[in-house]
Design a protein around this ligand. Structure first.
Ligand SMILES: NC(=O)c1ccc[n+]([C@@H]2O[C@H](COP(=O)([O-])OP(=O)(O)OC[C@H]3O[C@@H](n4cnc5c(N)ncnc54)[C@H](O)[C@@H]3O)[C@@H](O)[C@H]2O)c1
Length: 259
């Protein structure tokens, strides 16, 4: 059985993938799954220790490169390196992101700019720079937005706005690539609560986060990074070749229960 499995090509066999914010959380789960399914994966992150540890865990199929996703010069350098090493890029997961809480009355312009830089500038730059490497052979771009882009979040004003920018940008990139016949698909993912470092500080003291997952109760909202990575893999693979410009919710039905 094991031998048979080894002979069956993975779902993203031989593809070149790049995951921003790939060292931890949803990015790390995506890197592991893409590598397991046959891709060679570039892990791009500002966390050098976590990125190198993940690359060492995966072995030959992974490469860590330090990269600030909000830096224009950084993107140009990163794409030059990918071009030199691999000659192409098939999958880009624009996943790097940060979370800052605050209402419209509390949010400073500085925090607004910080969020926009890491969450939205990064996706704009990633899409723009990746198209050049993808347009000859086609590709798949997956942008991590959030359920916060689709509903009003009074407590995460700037975060919601940054994720709304990602959703709108995604649709426009998909439309652009289609019109130009580039065969580059661009889709956004909209998770709700995922158990990662990003959300770990938000639980009341003494509460076991496991009690908030859909494993213990389907009415709960929290899921695991692997649950989001599974959708990343689907959108990255050729199975999704007709899926373009969509907003895929990974929210355990949270949005349909809003009333
Ligand atoms: N966790 C959730 O509940 C949730 C829900 C909806 C959407 N998302 C989105 O999913 C994505 C991943 O979230 P997560 O929960 O895995 O977060 P996380 O905090 O666990 O991991 C984020 C990763 O991004 C990296 N990063 C941060 N700033 C960076 C920068 N400037 N350049 C490069 N890398 C950078 C971090 O080092 C880290 O490895 C984010 O875009 C987030 O907004 C998360």
């Amino acid at each position: 059985m094991t031998e048979l499995r080894q002979k069956i090509p993975g779902r993203v066999h031989d593809k070149i993938a790049l995951v921003t914010g790939g060292a931890k959380g949803i990015g790390r789960a995506s890197v592991r799954l893409l590598a397991r399914e046959g891709a060679r994966v570039v892990i791009a992150d500002i966390d050098v220790a976590a990125g190198q540890a993940l690359a060492a865990e995966i072995g030959d199929a992974a490469l860590f490169l330090r990269h600030d996703a909000g830096s224009e010069a950084g993107w140009q350098q990163l794409m030059a390196e990918v071009r030199e090493r691999f000659g192409r890029l098939d999958i880009l997961v624009n996943n790097a992101g940060i979370l800052i809480a605050g209402t419209i009355e509390e949010t400073s312009l500085e925090d607004w700019h910080r969020l926009m830089r890491v969450n939205a500038d990064s996706v704009f730059l990633g899409c723009r720079e990746a198209i050049g490497l993808m347009k000859a052979g086609g590709g798949s771009i997956i942008n991590l937005s959030s359920i916060a882009a689709l509903a009003g979040r009074d407590d995460y004003l700037a975060y919601s706005a940054s994720k709304g920018a990602v959703a709108a940008l995604t649709r426009s990139v998909a439309a652009f690539c289609r019109r130009r016949k580039y065969r580059i698909r661009c889709n956004s993912l909209h998770p709700d609560g995922v158990l990662t470092d990003m959300t770990s500080g938000g639980f009341p003291a003494g509460l076991d986060p496991e009690r908030l997952t859909i494993d213990s109760d389907p009415m709960n909202r929290m899921c695991r990074p692997e649950d989001v990575a599974a959708s990343v893999l689907f959108l990255a693979s050729d199975e999704a070749r007709a899926v373009n410009g969509v907003e895929l919710r990974v929210d355990s039905g949270q949005m349909v229960m809003s009333i």
